[in-house]
Design a protein around this ligand. Structure first.
Ligand code: BTN
Length: 270
């Protein structure tokens, strides 16, 4: 049976995981919430178990990276957060971002049949437009919240804004058919569990290789705004700590945080 919109009962029946989402009583799916990440952070502080899923059909204060807002109209996107309780050394925590990106790429391919691109570190893109994003937050040493937003259909109100219209895309724009949000959420949980399992097992190069397989950043000229400078050069790889290695005129630099813009054929950056 195919439920039109995200709902807890349908999601639970579709889950094929061993751990993520398996404490059934802990999972939540909201019709509307401020932010699934904010709710997951609160639940984590109250002791919610590893793998708890918090999802919503809409968010009134969805959080994007760099303090931006994540516009989250009803049923236009998949808005989902996972509470992870990492048992790995602190320096390896940033690799959770790469695990999440690889998981999103594989899940979207399986569920929707399309190949997305990963732009370091957590942008999900298709044809140069933003299809989604990942916000990983670490409130304390024992929890990481992985928040994933994927545009399922383009809200007509967004099309009224030329600025967003040219920059965002949805799965429905690409495939021309409606998406089963519950199936995508279940596939995401399964893939995140698999990729995260690689991290726990110490297979860091496997995670990096998988992220690289789906990436659109390496080999490109990139620009990165850091606190006190702008770094420009060619992205040449991913370090074992998840950093982006850039060859600049003055040598190799490793970027650990922030965002990169990729230079296009016309010399502009996106
Ligand atoms: C980005 O800026 O690219 C990251 C966007 C992450 C949005 C998701 S939607 C589900 C989760 N809850 C939030 O408030 N944010 C993340």
């Amino acid at each position: 049976m195919y439920s039109e919109h995200l709902d807890l009962a349908t999601l639970q029946t579709l889950l094929r995981t061993e751990e993520l989402g398996r404490t059934v009583s802990a999972n939540e799916v909201w019709q509307e919430i401020d932010s699934t990440n904010a709710r997951a952070l609160a639940l984590a502080q109250e002791g919610a178990p590893h793998g708890t899923i918090v999802a919503a059909r809409s968010q009134t204060a969805g959080r994007g990276r760099q303090g931006r807002q994540w516009v989250s109209p009803l049923d236009s996107g998949l808005y989902i957060s996972f509470i992870l309780r990492p048992t790995i050394a602190l320096p390896h925590i940033p690799l959770i971002s790469l695990c999440s990106g690889a998981a999103v790429a594989v899940a979207i391919h399986r569920c929707c049949g399309i190949s997305i691109g990963l732009k370091w570190v957590n942008d999900i893109v298709f044809a140069g437009k933003k299809l989604g994003g990942i916000l990983a937050e670490m409130p304390d040493r024992n929890s990481v919240i992985v928040g994933i937003g994927i545009n399922l259909r383009t809200d007509p109100n967004l099309l009224a804004s030329p600025e967003l219209r040219d920059k965002v895309i949805s799965i429905e724009d690409i495939t021309g058919s409606p998406i089963n949000a519950n199936q995508l959420a279940a596939d995401l949980a399964l893939e995140l569990e698999r990729c995260y399992g690689n991290l726990i097992a110490g297979h860091r190069t496997r995670i990096i290789d998988e992220w690289v397989e789906h990436n659109v950043t390496i080999g490109k000229v990139v620009q990165a705004r850091q606190t006190n400078e702008t770094i420009e050069g060619t992205a040449i790889g991913i370090g074992l700590d998840g950093s982006l290695v850039v060859r600049t005129a003055s040598g190799e630099r490793s970027l650990h945080a922030g965002e990169v813009s990729i230079r296009l054929a016309d010399g502009s950056y996106c």
